[in-house]
Ligand binder design. Structure first.
Ligand code: ADP
Ligand code: ZN
Ligand code: ZN
Length: 711
């Protein structure tokens, strides 16, 4: 954390009406400037307290980080705080430590870390200063809750849900015991095959912690994809806090709902906080256990602003508080797996399915010499037919939404391109038989041209297929089947994902067509066949993590099949049946895959055997971005004395992003790598300062990401 104190840009001088007693406050503000800002106050302030401070013509909520005896700037230039907020006690010290760590590690100003970590009403000055602010958001919420009487539990949709605790099998039992036996901090990596009952382990471990009067933070990648879990938690822990033990935190909540959950957890009223990545920074006074389910999931990584990994922050927080952390997955990230291999994490394993059903049989359908009909091999079509006749459900998995990824002119070869991005536009079917071209990068759309814009030919053909076209084909081929599609398009409206999933669970759907959304967490009881259509498209992606991601995704989607009975099958169509990813998948062999992949990473010096940071620059023209990056690549070597760890750091050549232009902005990136994390961190601290200066001069927007997930 930088202690340099820049004066707030003030036009007016100090307040002449200021009384005798003067206190000083060093405040973190959410502004894109490094450092902290000093103010004076007639009223005492304490560290962790929220305040409203003038900043230029604006008023901003900030957090007091220090109360110095003397200000860092001329007292005459100090401006007084507008308000010291006392609707909440000062933020707890462990929260301040977590924020300071995140600021340091991710190289972002403290204020840009702290303020976004608070629920919006607590960080907006207008919540306190506006005409209708009525004592601030906390008071308003309390009044509203009092008026509403007891808080509605919001417990719905759990009908038919099995919520009773299971008798644990021996593997589950020993996992729970091992977690309970942990003294203080330690990280457990719970690897359990799909359907092995990891959730049951979490719940039993959580109960032990709750019984000791401590709180539990339970993190999941996305809540709307696993609405069952909320119901199960509520029912299973109804004996705590009069049925109000659970608070839920995710981005689908309104500001008011978010504030309510946050307050319940921060005051200790909620004993379990179930949430997505944003939950990791919630103050919890009695925190005794952190669970990170599907720890490998990309959703734990924030992709803008502070690009943090909620899993990594959870591990840091557990360490700081001396509290155990359980990371669970069927396919752990190679980072976590390597920690376990090296003995830093305690490995626990669930090797059998909890319901004693066998894992589904996985069959590769070699498509090299097959004639496909709309992307389907005859074998897969026949298998679907058989499963439907046996009254079983079928899942068709395809990671591409829309009707067709591109529209093409058959006579001149024109293809539909986005006017603002270097990307094809995707043909989407709309309601009432209409269609349009949609860009998946900038979100823009345009009508489907009647004729080729280049040659005027009327014969424009959709090329390839997405979920909509697959759904259409299946409806023609299996006219009596009830077909449902679940992807980002069909679940855009609030509550629609829940509705579609519950139709599947109730058996109102015979064939489910879906993207990765359907792969996660769901316990489909009657699913007999999973058909995977275009996995190959992910095989040769440039990103070194692509095989890891593909393997995890395929294991997850395969794991939806046959959870409640034997005889289930997964069919994977591929032109490359001998790829190691597929071979390991076929044997359900995570360990084999992980060992192979880790060996490859080690040979190439890639993470987790090295540490990376990624600098992305953007401008109207690619040249601007590249010039800036080249300058930043060369700068450290020209000033070696300010970069003492430079000899341990490798700066790659700047390259354009794979999709160079998005929404008329062109982007390039520069990768930094080091075998030593401290050396990289030390380098980044200096580089970040230089970036700030150079970026201002070059008028280039940039972002620095530590431990980038996708390169
Ligand atoms: P995972 O998250 O590991 O894929 P789940 O936690 O969803 O697996 O559990 C799979 C299924 O097994 C669920 O339907 C769950 O209710 C059931 N289950 C879990 N533990 C047991 C147990 N000990 N005995 C019987 N069924 C169990
Ligand atoms: Zn044409
Ligand atoms: Zn676009």
């Amino acid at each position: 954390m930088s202690h340099s104190s820049l004066p707030p840009p003030s036009e007016s001088g100090p307040d002449p009406k200021l009384g005798q007693a003067v206190f000083y406050a060093r405040v973190a503000l959410d502004v894109p400037l490094p450092g902290l800002f000093d103010y004076c106050s007639a009223q005492p302030v304490s560290v962790g307290q929220r305040v409203i401070a003038p900043f230029g013509p604006r008023q901003l909520v900030g957090v007091v980080v220090e109360v110095p005896d003397k200000p860092g700037i001329e007292p005459g230039q100090l401006r007084p705080l507008i308000q010291v907020l006392d609707d909440l006690p000062a933020m707890p010290v462990d929260w301040l430590r977590l924020m300071a760590f995140a600021s340091r590690y991710y190289h972002r100003p403290l204020g840009e870390v702290m303020l976004p970590a608070l629920p919006p009403p607590l960080r907006k000055a207008s919540s306190y200063t506006g005409k209708r602010s009525g004592g601030g958001p906390v008071l308003r919420l309390e009044k509203r809750l009092k008026k509403a009487g007891a808080i509605a539990s919001g417990f719905s949709g759990a009908a038919g849900l099995q919520t009773d605790a299971h008798q644990l099998n021996d593997e589950q039992q020993s996992a729970v015991s091992a977690i309970a036996a942990m003294q203080g901090h330690g990280v457990v990596l719970l690897r359990g095959i799909t359907g092995s009952g990891k959730t049951e382990v979490y719940l039993h471990a959580a109960r032990k912690v709750l019984d000791m009067g401590r709180q539990v933070l339970f993190m999941v990648p996305e809540i709307n994809l696993t609405p069952q879990l909320e119901g199960v938690l509520r029912a299973r822990f109804a004996d705590f806090s009069g049925g109000h033990a659970l608070a839920v935190l995710h981005s689908g909540l309104s500001d008011g709902e978010r504030l309510e959950s946050w307050l319940k957890a921060a005051r200790g009223d909620a004993r379990i906080l179930l949430g997505t990545r944003m939950a990791v920074t919630t103050p919890m006074p009695d925190l005794g256990l952190i669970i990170v389910d599907e720890e490998h999931d990309a959703s734990y990584k924030q992709q803008d602003g502070l690009r943090y990994s909620a899993r990594d922050l959870a591990v840091w927080r557990g360490h700081d508080l001396k509290v155990p952390v359980v990371l669970g997955s069927a396919t752990p990230s190679l980072e976590s797996w390597n920690h376990a291999v090296q003995g830093r994490y305690t490995p626990l394993e669930l090797t059998r399915r909890a319901r004693e059903t066998p894992m589904p049989d996985i069959k590769m359908v070699d498509t090299r010499r097959l004639r496909l009909e709309q992307g389907f091999s005859p074998q897969v079509v026949e298998a679907i037919e058989q499963r439907l006749q046996a009254n079983e459900q079928v899942l068709v998995f395809l990671n591409r939404r829309g009707y067709a990824p591109v529209l093409r002119c058959t006579s001149c070869g024109w293809v539909s391109q986005c006017a603002h991005c270097t990307a094809h536009v995707v043909l989407h079917r709309m309601q009432h038989g209409r269609a349009r071209l949609q860009c998946h990068h900038c979100g823009g759309y345009s009508p489907v041209p009647r004729a080729c814009p280049t040659c005027g030919d009327m014969d424009l053909q959709p090329m390839g297929r997405g979920t909509q076209r697959v759904e259409e084909f299946l409806a023609e081929r299996f006219p009596d089947a009830r077909i449902s599609r679940i992807d980002a398009d069909s679940t855009r409206l609030k509550g629609s994902a829940e509705r579609l999933f519950s139709e599947v669970h109730q058996g109102d759907v015979d064939i489910l067509v879906g993207t990765q959304m359907v792969a996660k967490g769901h316990d489909f009881a009657n699913l007999g066949l999973v058909a995977v259509l275009n996995a190959d498209s992910m095989l040769f992606a440039q990103d070194f993590r692509a095989p890891e991601r593909l393997f995890a995704q395929l294991m997850q989607v395969a794991g939806r099949a046959g959870r409640h009975r034997a005889g289930a099958q997964v069919m994977l169509q591929t032109d490359y049946p001998d790829q190691p990813v597929y071979r390991s998948l076929q044997r359900h062999d995570y360990k084999g895959f992980a060992d192979y992949a880790l060996g490859e990473r080690e040979a190439l010096g890639l993470p987790p055997f090295s540490y990376q940071a990624l600098l992305v620059a953007e401008g109207r023209e690619l040249a601007q971005a590249l010039t800036f990056l080249e300058q930043m690549r060369d700068l450290p070597a020209s000033r070696p004395d300010t970069y003492p760890t430079l000899d341990q750091v490798m700066l790659y050549d700047p390259v354009p992003l794979r999709i160079v232009r998005v929404a008329n902005i062109e982007r390039a990136q520069l990768l930094v790598e080091s075998p030593s994390r401290p050396a990289l961190q030390r380098f980044l601290t200096q580089w970040n300062e230089d970036l700030f200066q150079a970026g201002r001069q070059a008028r280039v927007r940039y972002s620095l990401e530590v431990d980038p997930f996708e390169i």
